[in-house]
Design a protein around this ligand. Structure first.
Ligand code: GAR
Length: 208
């Protein structure tokens, strides 16, 4: 069983996709042992409660400074003794100590085809706004391992999604979620749990 901590900040639809994948059997040998949110109002916490998953909130507002928040975050992740940490819409700068401790054991879902529309400042709707402003015809989503850069780690899976005439950022965001994110995130977890994902020299190879 791959003990998995899922970190969230908002709606938690990607968390839900993992929960559903485990329930339906398309994701095997994965157990979500804890959900961690930086936002006590995140609907993702409600989703965790409904699924009977242990959930904690670590909010920067409850700590004197960033360092204390970072320490608390690391403590709450460590306490669940995870094999893997999934950032599923977790809009927090990940503390370097966490990244070092869980090298190649943290994955992130990003709502574009990296290396386009990623890096500092590109998160949530802002990504889709930038896609529409540039006028690209294809976007998508990427699952990657987290390293010390922003959206620079080894890429595990990507899936393209068409941009349509008349799209708003909200409409495009929904299509990218439905056609890409909710598919490749559970699939990546399934591959990792099955021992099929190897990282070497900054690149991922996937065994048949
Ligand atoms: C998702 O679109 C995810 O890809 C994005 O935030 C959204 C969270 O939605 N993450 C980023 O932009 C990270 N840079 P959710 O809470 O419904 O899963």
């Amino acid at each position: 069983m791959l003990r998995t901590v899922v970190c969230v900040s908002g709606g938690g639809t990607n968390l839900q996709a993992i929960i559903d994948g485990i329930r339906q059997g398309s994701v095997s040998d994965v157990q979500i042992v804890r959900v961690v949110s930086n936002n006590k109002n995140a609907y993702a916490l409600e989703r965790a409660a409904q699924a009977g998953i242990d959930a904690v909130c670590v909010s920067p507002r409850d700590y004197a400074d960033r360092e204390q928040f970072n320490e608390a975050l690391l403590r709450e992740v460590d306490a669940a003794a995870p094999d893997l940490v999934v950032l599923a819409g977790f809009l927090v700068v990940i503390p370097p100590a966490l990244i070092r401790k869980y090298e190649n054991r943290i994955i992130n879902i990003h709502p574009s085809l990296i290396p386009s529309f990623c890096g500092t400042g590109y998160y949530g709707l802002k990504v889709h706004e930038a896609v529409l402003a540039r006028g690209v015809k294809v976007t998508g989503a990427t699952v990657h391992f987290v390293d010390e850069g922003t959206d620079t780690g080894p890429i595990i899976m990507q899936k393209p999604v068409a941009v349509m005439e008349g799209d708003t950022p909200e409409v495009l965001q929904r299509r990218v979620m439905e056609e890409a994110e909710w598919i490749i995130l559970p699939e990546s977890l399934n591959l990792i749990a099955g021992g099929k994902v190897k990282v070497s020299a900054g690149r991922v190879s996937i065994a048949e």
